[in-house]
Design a protein around this ligand. Structure first.
Ligand SMILES: [Zn+2]
Ligand SMILES: [Zn+2]
Length: 159
């Protein structure tokens, strides 16, 4: 996802996410929608506490951090949200709005403003990665890659 500019786009993505959940026999409850919506509106990598704050200040809803964590777990299971382990933050999946299945993701994370870009790892790259890991005597648990970067704007700002 490049950017979510308008609330229209957010509600469109939400209704798409809701359909996905229905198709899988799970429910995107109002609270879950609220958390997902905050993530989409903030449009960058954020912590669970950022979501609590956003819900309170921008949406006028009190959601305890424990609930936010539980909801984030659910959203991760449904592949609507990804957790970035490197920065311990969450982002909405860039593919919520489309129907094809999810491949391995690679995340470019701006270390300055926490903007995140999700890009697709090619199938060959994933196989290569798996092979190299196994050759080193390890077992690949998650091929998700998180790469420490600076985004275009932050590079410009630092010049
Ligand atoms: Zn994704
Ligand atoms: Zn940046």
């Amino acid at each position: 996802m490049t950017s979510v500019d308008t609330l229209d786009q957010v509600s469109e993505i939400l209704s798409h996410a809701e359909k996905k959940c229905v198709a899988r026999g799970v429910r995107l409850t109002d609270k879950r929608k609220l958390v997902l919506s905050s993530l989409l509106q903030m449009n960058k990598a954020v912590s669970a506490y950022d979501i609590v704050d956003y819900c309170k200040k921008q949406l006028g809803e009190i959601v305890p951090a424990m609930s936010v964590y539980r909801i984030l777990d659910f959203l991760q299971e449904q592949q609507l949200v990804h957790k970035l382990n490197l920065v311990n933050k969450y982002v909405a999946c860039c593919e919520i709005a489309c129907d094809h299945s999810h491949e391995v993701s690679q995340f470019l994370i701006c270390s300055s403003c926490h903007k995140v870009k999700e890009i697709k790892l090619g199938k060959i790259t994933e196989a290569e990665l798996r092979r190299d890991v196994e050759e080193a005597g390890f077992k690949l648990v998650s091929p998700q890659l998180e790469i420490n970067c600076l985004c275009e704007e932050c590079v410009k700002a630092s010049n």
